[in-house]
Design a protein around this ligand. Sequence first.
Ligand code: SF4
Ligand code: SF4
Length: 136
Amino acid sequence: MKKLDIPVRIDGVELTPENKCGFCTNSKCCHYVTQSIDAPRSKHDFEHLLWQVSHGNVQAYKDSDGWCLLFETSCTHLLPDGKCGIYEARPEICREHSNDYCEFDAPAEEGFDLHFKDYQSLLKYCKKRFPRWERG
Ligand code: SF4
Ligand code: SF4
């Protein structure tokens, strides 16, 4: 992860790792789940992915780590004030998530090579990747 090179200030307060999350309205990193998947290669693989992204709030992307499903859904432990309701017992992945350069600084999709937000965007990609897509 890239570090911020210059100090960032909000309302005159310099952001530090300790106070940064307090400025992050509604805790941006608590509103999605990702799951890595095998890279789709065959038409059959993409047909399967098309089915998955046909569902609400399910997307797919590829970045330097490979392919992932992205579920836009809020954590049920997130409190109305943006704090974690199970902070002391929060899962390991939450403990390991660094706020050094995170969703607060730039949308995660800026690092995506491919991003399919819905069925139509993936179908368009499939037709380009498989010239005979329509012919079965
Ligand atoms: S880690 Fe980043 S995205 Fe998550 S709450 Fe803190 S500042 Fe917001
Ligand atoms: S468990 Fe807490 S830190 Fe982890 S995603 Fe849920 S609200 Fe956020």
